[in-house]
Write a protein that binds this ligand. Structure first.
Ligand code: UDP
Ligand code: MG
Length: 307
């Protein structure tokens, strides 16, 4: 059995394939028994042909190519399912995840850790807004979710084969990987590292993507946003009950000069707002349940090479 499978999701990374491969070879070649599992996530540039060229020359380069773009989570899932070595490393193709860290990961694996994750120590390459929103997300997520995730941790990690299989076999369509990795458990350890800027090409993220990513993560891991409204409703009802008593008392003692337009409008608008938000939260979960019950496969494979 090989020692290492290196799973690399790639989407429109034609400039990065050769760069990544050379960098990884410098760490792996002659020191490990290893294979690469490149998952081509429906790239529209020369990524696939660059990969095929490598695969012709090196039998250790395996390729899974999707029928279209299914997203990084699907690509990582396919890679984890196909990996066959004792330990599986997941890393990006853009060299933001330093290849040298594989040695440290492997060391930890030898010590008995099965879930070894890279943790970013330095986010100074990110803007203030990015750091602030990321920080807030981790805080909120860890308050609400049943299984906390470590701060500043991405998909870059080493998993034992059984941990990798376990993640790949989780049946859900909403695949918030950090959440799945922590759900699986096993003996885990963080390896701090400084995240390099992208070596070439550009990131696929924008603010709208990130917002939906955060929502998807939260709704897949926490049910508190759904349950909260029962208690909010109970609180409001209690308040309304007391308030009704107060109004009845006023009416009996002082009579009722007709006024109160402002207070009626404010209450009306406030509670219409609350009701819409509640409906929105339910809709958010409902739409995800809808996606889950359709039970479509998370990805479709077009071709497999060197398997
Ligand atoms: N990626 C992918 N499918 C996608 C988007 C990205 O497989 O739909 C890959 C991409 O090729 C890269 C990794 O996921 O290897 C991380 O992507 P990116 O660098 O854009 O994310 P960032 O590092 O900015 O978080
Ligand atoms: Mg990147």
């Amino acid at each position: 059995m090989k020692q290492l499978s290196v799973v690399v999701p790639v989407y429109n990374e034609e400039e990065m394939i050769a760069l990544f491969f050379d960098a990884a070879e410098r760490v792996l070649s002659g020191r490990y028994e290893y294979e690469y599992v490149f998952v081509n996530d429906g790239s529209r540039d020369g990524t696939l042909s660059a990969l095929k060229k490598l695969a012709l020359q090196y039998p250790c380069v395996k390729i899974i190519s999707f029928s279209r773009n299914f997203g990084k989570e699907a690509a990582v899932t396919a890679g984890l399912a196909a990996a066959q070595a004792q330990a599986v490393v997941v890393m990006d193709a853009d060299l933001q995840d330093p290849v040298e860290l594989i040695d440290v990961f492997w060391q930890k694996f030898q010590e008995g850790y099965e879930n070894v994750y890279g943790q970013r120590t330095d986010r100074s390459s990110d803007s203030f807004l990015k750091r602030f929103t990321a920080q807030s997300f981790y805080k909120i997520y860890n308050k609400l979710a049943d299984f906390p995730i470590p701060y500043n941790t991405g998909d870059f990690r080493l998993l034992s084969l059984r941990a990798a299989r376990a993640v790949a076999e989780l049946p859900e369509r909403e695949r918030f990987m950090k959440g799945l990795f922590s759900w699986v458990g096993y003996k885990s350890v963080a390896v701090p590292y400084a995240r390099a800027p992208r070596a070439a090409g550009k990131t696929k993220w924008n603010w709208w993507n990130l917002w939906n990513f955060a929502l998807g993560g939260l709704t897949s891991a926490a049910t508190i946003p759904l349950k909260l409204w029962t208690y909010a409703g109970l609180g409001v009802s209690l308040f309304a009950f007391i308030f009704a008593g107060w109004i009845a008392y006023k009416k009996l003692v002082w009579g009722n000069p007709v006024s109160g337009y402002a207070s009626i409008m404010v209450t009306l608008l406030f509670f219409s707002g609350v009701q819409l938000i509640t409906l929105g939260v339910i809709g958010e979960y409902l739409s995800r349940i809808f996606v889950e019950v359709k039970r479509r496969p998370p990805y479709l494979v077009d071709e497999k090479i060197n398997f």
